[in-house]
Design a protein around this ligand. Structure first.
Ligand SMILES: NC(=O)c1ccc[n+]([C@@H]2O[C@H](COP(=O)([O-])OP(=O)(O)OC[C@H]3O[C@@H](n4cnc5c(N)ncnc54)[C@H](O)[C@@H]3O)[C@@H](O)[C@H]2O)c1
Ligand SMILES: O=C(O)C1=N[C@H](C(=O)O)CCC1
Length: 264
């Protein structure tokens, strides 16, 4: 039986790709497309907005349809609404929205006590694999003589509202844990002096229509490792989220990540 999914933020850049790819997946049934009532296309057919032709589902705030999972690619306020919708519907939640305040994050963790939640700043297979590779590098370099300087560069489209990316922050969190680093720095200016060892720095580039690119640098004396992972469109995230919805539907309550979904 197909997994019935609701999409929260369905008219957005990601939401439109979820509508398109979800509609062509025989193992999925898109049954609800939620949007903010103030969106210029609110009330329109979600399929038409996504450019795939009429789906027979309108962009709305409510639905009478039953769904097994709700996928959220919206904004912090929308994520809050998605958590409430998922708990009320006793549906699985796939949380992809980034830039969440601590109160929103706490609400997601609380919801995971009663519903299955897949929560990841990137649903991309290659990004999550690169995170694993960076953890291996961090473990290997944590005590290297002369030290390893870790810098995280991220590059996204001009419309992105949060900075740095949730993915960059997650890369830093994973690496810092492995290397015992406690100081996280965002950009540099003035005369900060020589770079201390106990530091990970983040640099956010916002330019054009870049769908997402991360470079993690391990800088040693005399040699450097750089790992770059880049998306050429948004479908890597959408397909990962749809896979997460299939994984989570029917699971026992708990907090899952993309390593669970991808078997990494
Ligand atoms: N985890 C991942 O793999 C991944 C990948 C891409 C983007 N993202 C994140 O997803 C989020 C959305 O990215 P985007 O580029 O699609 O943004 P977007 O601005 O194009 O889309 C967000 C949509 O959410 C809608 N929205 C706002 N409030 C809402 C509410 N209360 N209920 C329902 N919908 C509401 C907006 O109207 C808009 O259509 C961002 O936080 C981004 O960082 C995550
Ligand atoms: O387009 C965006 O916004 C993206 N945000 C994610 C993040 O903040 O980590 C990564 C994928 C693209």
């Amino acid at each position: 039986m197909a997994t019935r999914i609701a999409i929260n933020g369905a008219a957005g850049r990601m939401g439109q790709r979820l509508v398109a790819l979800g509609s062509e997946d025989n193992d999925l049934d898109v049954v609800a497309c939620f949007e903010h009532a103030g969106h210029t296309k609110f009330g329109q057919d979600a399929g038409s907005v996504a450019g795939i032709g009429e789906l027979g589902i309108r962009l709305a705030e409510e639905t009478s349809a039953q769904y097994d999972a709700i996928i959220d690619f919206s904004v912090p306020a929308g994520a809050h609404a998605a958590v409430e919708r998922a708990v009320h519907a006793k549906a699985a939640l796939v949380m992809a929205t980034t830039g969440l305040e601590e109160e929103h994050q706490a609400k997601i963790r609380e919801a995971a006590n009663v519903i299955p939640v897949v929560w990841a700043p990137s649903m991309s297979t290659t990004v999550n694999l690169t995170m694993k590779l960076c953890e291996i590098a961090a473990e290997a370099l944590k005590d290297i003589p002369g030290g390893a300087d870790v810098e995280v560069l991220e590059r996204h489209h001009r419309f992105k509202e949060d900075s740095p990316s949730g993915t960059a922050l997650r890369f830093g969190e994973l690496i810092a844990y492995k290397m015992g680093i406690t100081n996280h720095v965002h950009g540099r200016e003035g005369r900060p002096g020589a770079r201390p060892h106990n530091e990970i720095a983040y640099h956010a580039i916002r330019t054009g229509d870049n769908p997402g690119e991360h470079t993690i640098i391990f800088g040693l004396l005399g040699e450097t490792i750089e790992m770059t992972v880049r998306a050429s469109n948004r479908d890597c995230y959408a397909s990962g989220a749809l896979q997460a919805a299939k994984f989570a539907a029917g699971k026992k309550p708990g907090l899952y990540n993309m390593n669970d979904v991808l078997g990494l």
